[in-house]
Design a protein around this ligand. Structure first.
Ligand code: GDP
Length: 297
């Protein structure tokens, strides 16, 4: 499907604004109609779009056109500021426990990029803090998942604790944490199981792992390419697990990032990192203003 993006749409409207001195209520209606369609097409959830439009309306009506700025630029500035605000304003650092280890639990649907992110984060912690992380393989439903985490662990030179697929993942986590204390690892990254869709058994297991691990961070990993689904997933995981942050992967793909807007607004939880490729170096801190620029094009 070839949709016009938000920038193209706005440019279309703004063409009619050339030479205007003041933005009227009618102008704003026209602008917000285009923003609404563009955001919906960019996979932003409807309630989020509605709230966003209300803010824009309130701020844009009656804007005086200054000498320096064309009305189009002024509206773009307002849209940009509001998008940035909804996306969280500024970046949010990873939490750290006052005593080691800091325990970080990863959750998300299968294929979202959890295991890859675990490797990327382990590498980042090593590179930036000289940390000594331990990763725990708690996805016992897919033997390939354990092997994949071990492969990633080898690539970043971080040990992986696993007990194969025959042990209850809650026990694996318990044992892995005991080992981490014994060996004085400063970070523990727990890779949990994902399913193709949310199911109660998976959620129960994650609740149990959370109870045992008492993690400083519960990071939900979502695939940006899945759009509205990512927002629904974030809502459900947050309701069940009270997550502490979100990782959005596959932003190197052809997506406008509408999911980021919905997720932040629906969960109220900060997006902390974004995945920008398959390589273990393809991890970036999430900056709301950059994301806003991306959505605006
Ligand atoms: P998991 O099932 O949640 O553990 O997901 P994986 O970590 O196995 O990732 C699923 C697929 O997505 C793999 O092929 C990864 O290489 C790929 N992947 C993960 N993160 C990114 C990313 O940021 N960009 C791209 N392009 N691919 C990614």
């Amino acid at each position: 499907m070839a949709f016009e993006n938000l920038t193209q749409r706005l440019q279309g409207v703004f063409k009619n604004f050339r030479g205007k001195k003041k933005i009227t209520e009618n102008d704003v209606l026209e602008i917000t109609k285009e923003i609404r369609v563009a955001l919906l097409e960019a996979d932003v959830a409807l309630p989020v779009v509605k709230k966003f439009i209300r803010n824009i309306r309130a701020r844009a009506i009656g804007v005086e056109v200054s000498e320096a700025l064309q009305p189009a630029q002024q509206v773009i500035k307002i849209v940009d500021e509001e998008l940035t605000a909804i996306l969280g304003g500024g970046e949010v650092a990873l939490g750290k426990s006052p005593k080691i280890p800091t325990i970080i639990m990863m959750a998300g649907l299968q294929g979202a990029g959890k295991t890859t992110f675990a490797g990327k984060l382990a590498k980042r912690l090593k590179d930036t803090e000289n940390a000594r992380p331990l990763m725990i393989a708690a996805d016992v439903y897919r033997p390939a998942a354990i092997e994949q985490l071990k492969t990633v662990g080898k690539q970043v030179d971080v040990p992986v604790y696993d007990e194969g697929t025959d042990v209850n993942p809650v026990e694996i986590v318990r044992h892995g944490l005991a080992l981490a204390s014994e060996k004085r690892h400063d970070y523990v990254l727990i890779d949990t199981a994902g399913r193709l869709e949310i199911d109660e058994k998976l959620m129960d297991e994650l609740i149990q792992i959370k109870a045992v691990a008492e993690p400083t961070e519960i990071l939900l990993v979502v695939d940006a390419m899945t759009g509205q689904v990512a927002a629904d997933v974030a809502k459900k995981f947050n309701e069940t697990l009270d997550i502490s942050g979100v990782i959005i992967t596959k932003l190197d793909g052809d997506t406008r990032g509408g999911a980021a807007l919905s997720i932040r607004e629906i969960t109220g939880k900060p997006i902390k990192f974004v995945g920008t490729g398959e390589k273990l170096t393809d991890l970036e801190v999430f900056y709301p203003d950059r994301m806003s620029s991306r959505i605006l094009g």
